[in-house]
Write a protein that binds this ligand. Structure first.
Ligand SMILES: [Zn+2]
Length: 110
C-alpha cells in the first residue's frame, strides 16, 4: 500500500507506485530504514501531489508511506528477496546493541 501525504494536509492513495522507478539499491537502503510501523517514508516528486493540485506555500514536504509489498513491486524474485532481507535487519541490529549492555551490567554485578 502507498499513502501520499503533503504537509498541506492533502492525502491520496495512488494506484500508481512512486517507488517503482527506484533502483534496487535504493529500495534496499529504504528497507533498512523500516521502523516498527512496518512502512518506509520516501520523499517524492511534486508530480505526486494529491489531487494533482499545484504546490503552494503550505506544501513544505511531500512523502509516500510505503509498505514492504509496495516496495518490492515490479522487482524480479532475486531483487525482491534482497529488499525483504534488508527490511528485517533493523530488529537484528537492535538485539546486537542490547546484548553487550546486558553483559556489562552482569559484569558489574559479579
Ligand atoms: Zn500540498
Amino acid at each position: 500500500m502507498v499513502v501520499v501525504s503533503c504537509s498541506c494536509g492533502e492525502v491520496s492513495y495512488p494506484s500508481h507506485n512512486p517507488v517503482r522507478a527506484l533502483p534496487v539499491a535504493q529500495r534496499v537502503r529504504l528497507a533498512g530504514a523500516a521502523g516498527e510501523r512496518g512502512t518506509v517514508v520516501v520523499d517524492i516528486d511534486p508530480d505526486w501531489h494529491p489531487g494533482g493540485a499545484s504546490l503552494h506555500v503550505a506544501c513544505v514536504w511531500l512523502v509516500a508511506e510505503v509498505t514492504l509489498e509496495a516496495l518490492v513491486a515490479g522487482l524480479d524474485p532475486a531483487d525482491a528477496a534482497l529488499v525483504r532481507a534488508a527490511w528485517v535487519l533493523p530488529r537484528e541490529d537492535a538485539l546486537e546493541v542490547a546484548a553487550p549492555e546486558r553483559a556489562v551490567r552482569h559484569a558489574i554485578g559479579a
